[in-house]
Design a protein around this ligand. Structure first.
Ligand code: TMP
Length: 309
């Protein structure tokens, strides 16, 4: 591999040659850039994971919170019960020893139980707002600028998360101080009653092992799966399938599967390696076109997309 190496020729490559960037095949990346550029912005979409990809891994020296992690129901009993589930299931989530079908069952169990506790504990939208205001969560520098650039070019961004859509939207509102019409959250979406209390979740569960197939799979009616309500949105989602060039960003190798539902032509993949760098760098540099280390900001990604269009 060539870290920080001088083979890279294009300005994009040079600008990315900081100590936080690892790129094994600069020429392959340049080829992909040319293909995507030639096809034009109407063929292009961005798919991003949320936690520790768009957001920082560390905030003020501590592990930043996730959409699940930050949520305080305003009810210590239920918060503790969800924490107990986390303590039980998270080690299973990251265990390399559990076969995927078995792990899928366990993750469905975890997500169902957590969702039940949120409903049973009477989560309110007000509690979400307060939790987000009190949270330690922060976007990487340059996320706003990246979204603004993509919005100007009418390039859609899908944020896939096994977390909670309503929490993520509130995080976007409070931290980016605006909404983007090209940015769409594909995650578990809540249904509130008139009193602002959570009563159910829309559609099928999205957990860590299926957040791929959900997002762009057009086989099942969208309203059932994604909580999408209108025919217009159905069409919008079908159009996403025609955008066959993609920039994918994630912080786990499994995030590469977010594009599974898309029969893509050219994919540029960007990995944010936040933890266990020594152990994981080899597999990340193999799997991703570009790897960013040390909670790198989004400036390199912004530069990359501005070279495309
Ligand atoms: P993602 O951000 O990669 O899509 O995954 C969501 C994370 O949420 C996953 O790593 C497990 C975590 N999680 C919790 O922290 N608490 C919970 O109650 C549940 C169901 C998941």
């Amino acid at each position: 591999g060539h870290e920080n190496n001088s083979l890279a020729k294009s300005p994009m490559e040079q600008s990315n040659l900081s100590a936080n960037t690892v790129m094994d095949h600069p020429r392959a990346l340049t080829d992909k850039i040319n293909l995507i550029r030639d096809a034009g912005p109407s063929k292009f979409q961005v798919i991003a994971d949320f936690d520790a990809t768009l957001t920082r891994y560390r905030v003020n020296g501590l592990r930043g919170q996730t959409s699940h992690g930050l949520l305080q129901q305003g009810n210590a009993y239920y918060d503790a019960k969800r924490q107990a589930l986390y303590d039980h299931y998270h080690p299973l989530e990251i265990s390399p020893l559990i076969p995927v079908d078995e792990k899928t069952k366990l993750m469905e169990e975890w997500w169902s139980k957590t969702h039940e506790l949120l409903i049973e504990g009477g989560l309110t939208y007000e509690a979400i707002k307060k939790s987000v205001a009190d949270s330690s969560i922060a976007f990487r520098q340059g996320v706003t600028e990246l979204f603004e650039f993509l919005e100007k070019k009418e390039i859609p961004v899908l944020i896939f998360s096994a977390g909670l859509a309503d929490v993520i939207e509130e995080v976007l509102r409070q931290n980016l101080h605006r909404t983007f019409k090209n940015v769409k959250i594909v995650s578990n979406r809540m249904v509130f009653n008139d009193d602002g209390q959570l009563v159910s979740f829309k559609g099928k569960l999205i957990h860590v092992l299926n957040k791929n197939e959900h997002a762009l799979d057009m086989a099942a009616p969208l309203h059932d799966r994604l909580g999408v309500d209108t025919a217009e949105e159905d069409e919008e989602n079908a159009n996403m399938k025609k955008r066959t060039n993609v920039l994918l960003m994630g912080d786990h190798l499994g995030d590469l599967r977010m594009s599974d539902g898309l029969n893509y032509e050219t994919r540029i993949s960007i990995g944010f390696l936040n933890d266990n760098i020594e152990k994981s760098l080899e597999s990340y540099r193999e799997a991703f076109d570009l790897v960013y280390l040390n909670d790198a900001p989004m400036w390199g990604v912004l530069e990359l997309v501005s070279q495309l269009f």
